[in-house]
Design a protein around this ligand. Structure first.
Ligand SMILES: [Mn+2]
Length: 334
């Protein structure tokens, strides 16, 4: 289906000066997809290709250190300053929401060059995105990670991957698919093709292991203390609030036994909601949290979206009104 799309994508890029980036606080998938895409494009593009990150998440930094110990010959080069006049086009990996990209900490710098998305999150087609070359976007919300989409591109052109890149891609897929929990047959098949003598599942598991730090553990404990239980038939919904680590607390609540979790945080200028649902419930009921939050974002001065079982919303309008509406919309599916 995407075949000719891949060719159009590459044909357009071969003569361009390319900037590659991802969302702020780059996670392992965002980070790896930038490097893998650069590796792929370097073979075809003569002009310079740069990677820009505003900041890496703590997990990504830990992973990068452990990866470098195992593969010291692999050099990660990226910049954290950007001058748009040096590039023709920007490729944005792992998000299709421009508000998640930070080009400058102190002032909002606008993306001044045309851009293309490569992403596995649901794309809201109703939002006007000036400057997006949408015919070249590679968006597949059935993929559990952006790295999988780039892997497909690489496989389409029969490009060989080095051992380091294979390890990076498997690490990204494992992280984003929650070690296959959110994956499908394709996810497992793709990983299985990459595994081998020098791409070792056990070793990657160790590289990806993270001990929660104390502030995260406190957030989880507070999230549990504050949780309010709503029972709807046989379904259990949990609502809680924390000031940070909302996404992790929301995932934790599912592990504790809730079917659906809603965790809100009040920040200085905005409210944030993180929502999770068990995959089986999404499949049985057709519940899609990403679509619900996207719909709510349209009248709550916010931006939101995500997957069926994991989504978030950041908004400015009244928190209680939005929470009520969200619970009401979720209940319609149960
Ligand atoms: Mn991702």
């Amino acid at each position: 289906m995407l075949n000719s799309k891949y060719e159009d994508f590459l044909t357009f890029l071969t003569s361009k000066k390319i900037l590659i980036t991802t969302h702020d606080l780059a996670d392992i998938d965002g980070f790896v997809s930038c490097y893998t895409l650069k590796f792929f494009l370097t073979k075809y593009c003569a002009k310079p290709i740069s990677i820009f990150f505003s900041e890496l998440s703590k997990h990504t930094k830990n992973f990068m250190l452990r990866f470098s110990e195992k593969f010291p010959e692999f050099i990660f080069t990226h910049t954290n300053e950007v001058n748009f006049s040096e590039f023709d086009v920007c490729i944005i990996n792992d998000t299709n929401d421009l508000s998640q990209i930070q080009f400058n900490r102190s002032e909002a710098i606008k993306l001044e060059i045309p851009y293309i998305f490569i992403d596995h999150h649901h794309l809201n087609k109703n939002i006007l995105r000036n400057g997006n070359i949408d015919s070249l976007n590679l968006i597949n919300d059935n993929a559990s990670s952006t790295s999988e989409i780039i892997l497909e591109l690489i496989e389409y052109f029969n490009q060989n991957l080095t051992v380091s890149y294979k390890n990076l891609i498997v690490a990204a897929i494992l992280t984003d698919s929650g070690f296959f929990k959110y994956g499908n047959n394709q996810t497992i098949k793709k990983v299985s093709n990459l595994l081998g003598e020098e791409v070792n599942f056990q070793l990657l598991q160790l590289m990806l292991k993270n001990e929660d730090d104390i502030s995260e553990r406190i957030a989880k404990i507070k999230g549990l203390q504050r949780v309010e239980l709503i029972r709807e038939g046989d379904y259990l919904i949990g609502i809680s609030n924390v000031s940070s680590f909302g996404a992790r607390v929301a995932s934790m609540l599912l592990n504790m036994g809730f079917d659906i979790s809603i965790v809100y945080s009040k920040e200085k200028n905005k409210n944030i909601i993180n929502c999770r649902a068990k995959q089986t419930i999404c499949m049985q009921t057709g519940l899609h949290l990403g679509k619900i939050l996207e719909e709510i974002s349209e009248y709550s001065e916010g931006s939101g979206g995500g997957h069926d079982g994991a989504a978030s919303l950041s908004f400015n309008s009244d928190l209680d009104t939005v929470l009520l509406k969200l619970v009401e919309r979720i209940k319609e599916f149960l």
